[in-house]
Each structure stands twice: as structure tokens, then as C-alpha cells.
Design a protein around this ligand. Structure first.
Ligand code: TXA
Ligand code: MG
Length: 387
């Protein structure tokens, strides 16, 4: 979208999730009731909210995001009573999952009623519904009439926003208001489960894992379109949004897979070569390996014995050739929520630091590995280097 389409002033309003100011919520809710757009925090990522029952609001959301209008929106509710009017039936599995995980980072797909316009559901006969746990999100939904359609508040193709600053980068001048409730706690979008099939199907992995779902409802399948792209040529993911190029930083991104030792050596070797060619190399490391790259690539910070602190905010090492490495630790493998929280933010930071090429470790951790790798491999366009 061109600069000229940035047509309005975007108010950035800080909201303390512990002491929500009712006057702010009334104002934000009023904007949505009048057909405008307000971005707001949720526990997963920031959402770009509009009235879910208004075709016009849905069209505005697609325009602000630069998103194809056949990619349906998730309808956010704050109370269980809001569900029956928008869905044809609530299967027992949905009630069990709602009891276990709502409010929280789970989205369920139902057959929709006519209350939900085709613009919101992207022309599908189904609707995706989520009840977020974030108190600011819940207060906004209630102040807006009970139904907010909200995709992630990024411009289409960009990494999802996990802070109000990310939202402003993408949406300033395109929407009426951004509510800043601090950094997102989970950092990856909700798990999506389709309950319109006989056996529930996971359309998008997230914080709520397949095992957590199985503990509540037994049998759950994974959408075959989700599995490794190379092994599934021709199988299209059922969630339309999972088919698009997504999350991609400006520079080509490669995920390097192998034993820990082979991966660090492989990344260091490729990075050293690129630095010699005068390039800016981005390295996506973890807490345990970040200092090692610094050492292998001969950085100043490592020599100062200050690598840990410098690396937390990303650290760069200039070489005589003019090439350099920008190294970010995205978190601790033993606590993979730290990786989930930082992934999208780090992908944005590589753009800010002007990386020409990015190498990432693989983060196939036991708990959130499936959700993390689903986003990382998409960002990489499935470019994998096996070492
Ligand atoms: O955590 C989240 O779910 C965030 C926050 C803001 O709630 N929202 C979010 O929305 O990730 P979005 O629009 O970025 O992703 C929604 C995904 C898309 O892949 C879309 O295709 C899929 O959900 N989806 C929505 N409605 C669907 C439907 N009826 N059938 C299949 N997939 C659907
Ligand atoms: Mg999205």
C-alpha cells in the first residue's frame, strides 16, 4: 500500500492490564461499534479488531492489512453466551475444549449462522471463534458489543506483532487506535482446531499442543497440509491463511538442521564466508550457543567478556571486510516459551539491522517445537540446510 493510503491519525493508548480505565475502553469500544478499527493485545499476538458482525468493518480490516479477502477472520468473544448466536451447533467436544482452554489461546471452527457476514468468514460456511484470556482484550470485546473480528495486527506477510510498537510499525496511519497492554505472553498465534469434521483436526499448531487436546477429547488429527512441505507436495492446508507466504524477513533465511555441534559449526562457517564477501549476516542462536558464535566469528563483545549482556539485545561484529554478523539469542531451549515469545520480534529485528542473509538454528523443542518450527519454516520458505 502506498504512503497516500495512510489517511488517519492513529492514537496509541497505554492500558494497564491490572487497572483498566473504563473511559478508555468506552472510547475504543465506541470506535469499533461505529465501524472503525482498534488494535489490541491478546495473550498470543496483537489483534486488529473490527465489528465481526459488520461486512464493512471486515472489508476495512482486509484493506488495512493488505490481506486477500478470501482469508477468513477469527471472531473473538468474551463470554460463553456469545457463542450460540453465531454457530449452528456446539458439539460436545467443543464444550469440553472450552471448559478446559477458554478463555485462552485456542480457536475452534464451527458451522456459522447468518449473523456472521460472508466478509468475516472469507466466504466459507464456517466461522473461527476464540475467547482470549487477556483482560484488555476481554474488556474491549465487551465494550464493543460482544464480537470482534481480529486477524493478527501485522501487514500481510510480515511477522505477527507481539508488542504495540510492532503494530505501530505496520498500522500507523491506517487504523483509529492501538491499545498498548505490554508484550504478548505467548508470542505465537492460537492453536486452531476444526470441529466440523468427525475427528477434530488441528489446522494450526500453537501453545495448546496435540497432547493437551487429546487429554480432553481423545482422538485429534493433524491437517496433512501442515506437515513438512517437501513430504506433502500438493496437499493444501485447510486454513486458508496457512497457504500464504508469511512471517518472512527481507533477507533469505535458512534453517540449519543437525547435531548441536554440526549446526553451530555449519552456521559459523557459512557466516564467516559471507562476512568475507562483505555481507551482513544474521544469526538466530539460542542462549547456550550465542556466545559461541561471537567467539568463532571473533567479536569485540566476546573479547570484552561481556557477550551475554550484549547478545540479549542483539550484537554485531564488524570485520575488516565491512561485512558483519548480527547475532540474536532468541531464548532458552529448556524453557521454550522464551523462544516462542521472541521469535517474531527477532525476525523483525533482522530487517531493522539490514541483514543480507540469515542463518537460524532449528528449534524442534519437546513442548512448543511444532508451533515454533511451523512459523520458522514458513519464514524461511522451507529452505533447510542439513549438516
Ligand atoms: O492468536 C490468534 O489467533 C490471533 C489473535 C489476534 O487472536 N489471531 C490470528 O488471526 O492469528 P489471523 O487472521 O492472523 O489467523 C487466522 C487463521 C488464518 O490462517 C485463517 O485462514 C484461519 O485462521 N481461519 C479463520 N477462519 C477459518 C475457517 N472458518 N476455516 C479455516 N481456517 C480459518
Ligand atoms: Mg496472521
Amino acid at each position: 500500500m502506498s504512503e497516500t493510503e495512510k489517511t488517519m491519525h492513529t492514537a496509541l493508548v497505554r492500558v494497564d492490564p491490572g487497572h483498566i480505565d473504563p473511559a478508555v475502553m468506552e472510547c475504543a469500544g465506541g470506535i469499533i461499534k461505529n465501524g472503525g478499527l482498534v488494535a489490541f493485545p491478546t495473550e498470543t499476538v496483537y489483534g486488529l479488531g473490527g465489528d465481526a458482525l459488520s461486512a464493512g468493518a471486515a472489508r476495512k480490516i482486509y484493506a488495512a492489512k493488505g490481506r486477500p479477502s478470501d482469508n477468513p477472520l477469527i471472531v473473538h468473544i468474551a463470554d460463553m453466551e456469545a457463542l450460540p448466536p453465531i454457530v449452528k451447533s456446539v458439539p460436545p467436544a467443543a464444550i469440553a475444549l472450552a471448559n478446559a482452554f477458554w478463555p485462552g489461546p485456542l480457536t475452534m471452527i464451527f458451522m456459522k449462522t447468518d449473523r456472521v457476514p460472508d466478509e468475516t468468514s472469507g466466504g466459507l460456511p464456517t466461522v473461527a471463534v476464540r475467547m482470549p484470556v487477556d483482560p484488555v482484550a476481554a474488556a474491549l470485546i465487551r465494550a464493543s458489543g460482544g464480537y470482534i473480528a481480529a486477524p493478527s495486527a501485522n501487514r500481510s506477510g510480515r511477522p505477527s506483532p507481539t508488542s504495540a510498537r510492532h503494530v505501530m510499525e505496520d498500522m500507523d496511519g491506517r487504523i483509529e487506535m492501538v491499545l498498548d497492554g505490554g508484550d504478548a505472553n505467548i508470542g505465537l498465534e492460537s492453536t486452531i482446531v476444526d470441529l466440523t469434521e468427525e475427528t477434530p483436526v488441528i489446522l494450526r499448531p500453537g501453545f495448546i499442543s496435540p497432547d493437551m487436546l487429546r487429554d480432553v477429547i481423545g482422538d485429534v488429527r493433524l491437517d496433512p497440509g501442515l506437515l513438512d512441505a517437501a513430504a506433502n507436495k500438493g496437499v493444501r492446508p485447510k486454513a486458508p491463511g496457512m497457504r500464504y507466504r508469511h512471517y518472512a524477513p527481507n533477507a533469505p533465511l535458512y534453517v540449519v538442521e543437525g547435531s548441536e555441534q554440526a549446526v553451530t559449526a555449519g552456521i559459523a562457517e557459512r557466516s564467516a564466508r559471507a562476512i568475507q564477501e562483505g555481507k551482513c549476516v544474521g544469526i538466530m542462536a539460542s542462549d547456550k550457543t550465542a556466545a559461541l558464535y561471537e567467539e568463532l566469528l571473533g567479536s569485540k563483545a566476546a573479547a570484552d567478556g561481556d557477550a551475554g549482556r550484549a547478545l540479549k539485545d542483539g550484537n554485531s561484529s564488524e570485520a575488516v571486510t565491512g561485512g558483519k554478523a548480527v547475532i540474536f539469542s532468541i531464548g532458552n531451549r529448556d524453557e521454550d516459551i522464551t523462544i516462542a515469545r521472541r521469535l517474531f520480534s527477532v525476525l523483525r529485528e533482522f530487517d531493522d539491522s539490514g541483514a543480507d542473509v540469515i542463518y537460524s538454528e532449528s528449534f524442534d523443542t519437546p513442548k512448543l517445537g511444532m508451533a515454533i518450527m511451523n512459523r520458522l519454516l514458513k519464514a524461511a520458505g522451507h529452505q533447510i540446510i542439513k549438516v
